[in-house]
Ligand binder design. Structure first.
Ligand code: PLP
Length: 241
């Protein structure tokens, strides 16, 4: 189970500070999403108490089953990010639970979220990230790099969404440095798109337990960390689940 969330918080923030210093960034510009999939609510609450204010879940159902237990009595409650794929039949539930959906990966999904946001939270544009499959990896979700410009323009035109930035899930790599090209590609894509699209925010969600320091060096503003906080998940090594 590891040494506990207090030590994890100090260790991860220190590692972010070192990585940020190497490239002259402010470590305060990097938010940690504590990914709590498979983790019981009491352990997530301990992580919140240790300082992790943002929780990530990759399944709507699982988030729904833990949401009340994690938030109970906390004021402010932690912020919740959806970091896994969203099916349209779960979109309504997702908008009611999550503060941010990081995984908008199609125009139909974006359109559905836009309508739901207008209905469920009128006047408050809903924060999302657009997921890009920068490696063009058939096993990964996200807009294809070749199509991202045209599709992003359509998503940015939706009045009830606020597109804070881009997100990617990197390839599984043996060494952290091998993830760098993916992170560089997402940063460059964001810069290129923002030069033309004033409505696209500058957030970059990239990097996980094995490679978040490299992601911070390459400009990540959100890192999504599970195992370094909660220990290994059940299941085959390396699996996202
Ligand atoms: C599980 C998961 C993470 C966290 O992975 P760790 O390797 O445990 O840090 C990050 N992002 C997504 C999309 C995930 O599903």
């Amino acid at each position: 189970m590891g040494p506990g969330p207090d030590a994890a918080y100090a260790r991860i923030r220190a590692a972010i500070a070192v990585a940020a210093a190497r490239v002259g960034r402010d470590p305060g510009d990097v938010e940690v999403v504590a990914v709590g999939k498979t983790v019981a609510p009491d352990r997530i609450r301990a992580a919140v108490a240790a300082g992790f204010r943002t929780i990530g879940e990759n399944r709507v159902q699982e988030a729904a089953s833990k949401f009340e237990a994690v938030n109970a009595g906390l004021d402010p409650r932690p912020t919740w990010h959806l970091v896994g794929p969203l099916q349209s039949n779960k979109a309504r539930r997702a908008v009611t639970l999550f503060d941010v959906i990081e995984t908008v990966d199609s125009i139909p999904l974006a359109t559905r979220l836009d309508r739901l946001a207008a209905e469920l939270r009128p006047g408050r544009p809903y924060p999302v990230l657009v997921q890009v499959n920068v490696d063009d990896d058939a096993s990964k979700a996200g807009l294809a790099p070749a199509a991202v410009e045209r599709q992003l323009a359509e998503i940015l035109a939706l009045p009830n969404l606020r597109v804070d930035g881009l997100m990617t899930v990197g390839r599984l790599v043996a060494a952290a440095a091998a993830a760098r090209p993916t992170f560089v590609a997402l940063r460059r894509l964001s810069e290129r798109l923002r030069a033309r699209e004033a409505r696209l925010g500058a957030a970059l969600s990239m990097g996980m337990t094995d490679d978040f320091e490299v992601a911070v060096e390459e400009g990540a503003t959100i890192v999504r960390i599970g195992r370094a906080i909660f220990g290994d998940r059940p299941g085959p090594p390396g699996a996202l689940r």
